[in-house]
Structure formats: C-alpha cells, structure tokens
Design a protein around this ligand. Sequence first.
Ligand SMILES: N[C@@H](CCC(=O)N[C@@H](CS)C(=O)NCC(=O)O)C(=O)O
Length: 219
Amino acid sequence: MTAVEFYYNDVCPFAYRVRLALAEKSIPHQARVIDLRNIPDWYARISPTGKVPLLKYGDDVVWESTVINEFLEDAFPDPPLLPREPVARAHARIWIEYCNTTFQPNCCGLVFELDASRHAGIRSALLDSLRTIEAALSQTPGPYWLGDAISLVDLTYYPFFEHMPALTEYRGFRLPEDLPRVHRWLDAMQARPSVQANRRPPEFYIEAYKPYVEGRMGK
Ligand SMILES: N[C@@H](CCC(=O)N[C@@H](CS)C(=O)NCC(=O)O)C(=O)O
C-alpha cells in the first residue's frame, strides 16, 4: 500500500479540511506538524508553496486543500465523499468554489484585516455569504450540505465555523441565530466522530489568532 504522509498545522483551517477527510475515510497515514513561524528547510524543499497542508503519496506530493481532498476521493473512493451523479457532483464543486472564493475570504478577512475602517464592509459581506449558505442548505432536508450523507462540501466549510470564536472575541461577530439550517448543520458536524477527534476548544483559536490581530504575524 502506498504510504501517505500528511503535513499540517493545528491552527490551519485548510489543513483541518484534510484532517477531516483522512478521518472520514479512515486512511492510514503519518501526520507531521509544521511550525508555520519557522518553516523547516526540508519542508520548503518538498512543498512548492511552503504552505500547509501538503500530502505525500509515495514519492509524489499533492497540495492545496480542496485538491488534496479530491485526490483522496479519487485514490480512496470508499466511503464516497462526493455524489456519483455528474450534475450533483458539479454542484458540490460549485459550493466548494464558493467557500474558497467568497465565504472563507470574508471569514478570514474579518479577523486578519487590521484596518478597522474596513471591518463593517467585510462583516456585511460575511453576513451575506452566511445567508447564501442558509439558502443553499435549505434546498435539502439535511442535515448535511447535500442531504443525509456527509460530503467534501461539509468538510470544506466546517473548519471556518469552528474558528468563529476568534471572530467573536476580536471583532464581536457572532453566528446569527436566525440561520436555522446552518445551526442544524453545525450540530450534525460537531457530532461526527471525525470532528470530535480533531476539534479544538474556542480558547485554542482565540489564543492562536492573537498574534495576527495584534499585527505580529505580518498577515
Ligand atoms: N489555498 C491553500 C491555503 C493554505 C494556507 O494558506 N496555509 C497557511 C496556513 S493556514 C500557510 O501554510 N501559511 C504559511 C505561509 O504562508 O508561509 C489551501 O487551501 O491549501
């Protein structure tokens, strides 16, 4: 069997997506933590971007969280984390794309943006994206994004919700109560063994984001 090595950092929401996919598929692997404040030379040599996550599959490397998760889906198809039917599969990818292009930049932007005059605009864009997500989730009875089976779409979004206590602490942003389908989805995600095995408490994220909001990380 081809050896799988996974390089990650506990704070990284993108790496968390992959941790969840590895857990959901019960893929045997070796995991190694990369210190993002002091990226080792050996890692810089194997990683084309110098970022986490990265997956080593035998002698090959795969990077970019959503691509790694699709790779895992191709290489380890059981249990499936994407629908088989082509249109449903395309729609799943559209929502993954929406996370990467809209929801995630709003979510991370609110905490990483140090210019307070921009916060109101980002907060409003984040609320708009949450309402879009509520409408998307409401298309199925759930509890997951695509219905009764968990998929890569759920794993793509979940980490940013677990990080939200940092937005509450530093930007006063709370997940609105009037998003019933989002809350039901979140409850279902928090009950997954994959999440239970990997989740971190709110204080972990509050502490981890401190250097960023204090402008000590250059991001
Ligand atoms: N688009 C990438 C984003 C990965 C990313 O930004 N990782 C951050 C940690 S959350 C990182 O490794 N930063 C280190 C650096 O930029 O030097 C993905 O989805 O994998």
